[in-house]
Ligand binder design. Structure first.
Ligand SMILES: [Zn+2]
Length: 505
């Protein structure tokens, strides 16, 4: 009797882990055992599989049935296997005991819990697990019927959705599969990205900051905005977002999976970059997440807007350093570490003065009070590459306003240039390029181009970390101009974005 192999995925600390299943059935007696690495045994899984099969009306043969589970990859908790592995185990048992042909199970990933009555019950995080199956090259995924809608959102994978083991047997023996639910006709017509009001023109008061927003969006550089009290900050968030390109298939699946894992309703792939704008009372757990993804992960591939950033608790701002530096969050929990993606563009706003009145730049609060106020952002301040002051009373020149679509088109072109340049190093936007890449001989800028910037480093106005942040900005300025490499003008423009005139004295 040859062994039958199947595969499943279980969410392991937020990261899908593949588990290989092998089942053999040998004559000479009747027994059923399930074992894993280091001798782990799985009595509950064994009982569910046995009850599910016999209660479906299928005969259990006189055989020694031996189930082996092998979780792939390193890490603690290798012996743990969640109930979502039931379906893969049961399918292999049914093939090994002659109820269905084992060839029918090839190239299929099985996800589902099996009830004692033979029902196939839903499992959490289907979207992320099906995406991981597609990533691993599985053309077909079998899921519980209750999870079909999420599974079907993943492009390029064939979904078979079953309610019971009987439907699994029918599919494997005849090829007939139960009908799938109807999805919304247009993937973009539902879900978060759809009904939003997209600003078609930036408001006049935003036009002095237009270039800074364009550079920030093109390179995904973090923004430090000083805004006067009358500025409608949520509108700035929407304007920024209107300049961002749509998410590609892979990004859309990632973002949708995180929103589904956080308990949000996801009826269609989220195609527009998300915008999250938590309030200053947000806790570390809400921001970073725990068992479920937090706000930082809900802003993955989009914008995280902190209105009045200095008013946030220092530990919340400090907790954002990991996503800003590593594009993930990791949370230690009793059963291990949870890891969620959190690649955000951060926009931090603050008032010109700690009080919320609009007194002039020199009047009002004392210098120490102002310093204390701006110091409250110290843990993230040096991650913010672009500083802009936005004053809604300075109307700006609305007549030269370009449409958001025109600016967005330049952003797309600049991003394409950056992504082509960094593809070999595995990066796509300028903001994420590490220092050692910027220092490579082929990419190092000629000395004359960086003369002003070096002078600012010499006099201590620009730190070494900031020096590289300015270089990344210079690449974006240059990409927006369609130039091959930043020249002196691009670097000097980048310096002004980092240290706006007036602060640069
Ligand atoms: Zn004040």
């Amino acid at each position: 009797m040859t062994a039958v192999n199947t595969a499943t995925l279980t969410p392991h600390g937020g990261v899908p882990r593949e588990v290989l299943v092998q089942v053999s059935a040998t004559p000479g007696g009747r027994s059923l055992i399930a074992v894993g690495p280091n001798g782990a045994s799985y009595p509950e899984l064994r009982d569910r599989v046995y009850a599910g099969v016999t209660n479906t009306g299928l005969t259990w043969p006189d055989r020694h049935v031996h189930i082996t589970l092998t979780p792939q990859g390193p890490g603690p908790g290798k012996g743990s296997v969640q109930p979502s592995a039931d379906l893969a185990v049961t399918a292999a048992v049914l093939a090994a005991t002659g109820h269905l042909p084992s060839t029918a199970l090839n190239e299929t990933m099985f996800l589902g819990e099996v009830g004692l009555d033979g029902a196939v019950r839903p499992v959490p995080d289907t979207l992320a697990l099906v995406a991981a199956a597609a990533d691993r090259g599985y053309p077909t995924v079998m899921v519980p019927a209750a999870n079909a809608r999420h599974a079907m959102l993943v492009p390029g994978v064939h979904v078979v959705a079953v309610q019971s083991l009987s439907e699994l047997v029918t599919w494997a023996t005849t090829g007939r599969q139960p009908a799938l639910p109807a999805l919304h006709a247009d993937g973009a017509s539902a879900g978060e990205g759809a009904a939003e009001a997209v600003p078609t023109f930036l408001p006049g008061w935003l036009s002095p900051a237009r270039f800074a927003l364009e550079v920030a969006t093109a390179g995904r550089h973090h923004l430090n905005l000083t805004v006067t009290p009358e500025v409608p900050v949520p509108l700035i968030g929407e304007c920024l977002r209107s300049l961002l390109p749509d998410l590609d298939d892979r990004q859309a699946v990632e973002v949708s999976a995180l929103h589904a894992a956080a308990g949000r309703q996801v009826d269609a792939l989220i195609r527009r970059p998300p915008l999250q704008a938590p309030g200053p009372a947000t806790s570390v757990t809400t921001m970073i997440g725990g068992r479920r993804p937090g706000v930082a992960s809900l802003a993955h591939r989009g914008v995280l807007l902190l209105h009045n950033a200095p008013d946030f608790a220092p530990e919340v701002l400090h907790a954002l350093r990991q996503p800003l530096d590593q594009q993930i969050v990791q949370v230690a929990r009793a059963r291990g570490i949870m890891t969620f993606p959190a690649d955000v563009q951060l926009v931090a706003t603050s008032r010109p003065c700690p009080c919320s009145t609009a007194h002039s730049r020199t009047g009002g609060c004392t210098a120490p009070a102002r310093r204390r106020y701006s110091n409250q952002m110290h843990s993230i301040a040096d991650r913010l590459a672009i500083t802009v002051r936005i004053d809604a009373s300075a109307s700006g020149d609305a007549s030269v306003g370009e449409s958001s679509a025109t600016i967005a088109a330049r952003v797309v072109a600049a991003r394409a240039a950056a992504s082509e340049r960094w593809a070999q190093q595995g990066h796509s936007t300028n903001a994420e390029v590490p220092i050692d890449v910027l220092r490579q001989p082929a990419l190092r800028l000629p000395v004359p181009a960086t003369s002003n910037l070096r002078r600012l480093v010499d006099v201590g106005q620009v730190s070494i970390r900031a020096y590289h942040a300015v270089l990344r900005l210079a690449w974006t300025v240059s990409d927006l101009r369609g130039a091959g490499q930043p020249d002196k003008e691009a670097v000097d423009t980048a310096v002004e974005l980092y240290l706006p005139r007036g602060d640069n004295h």
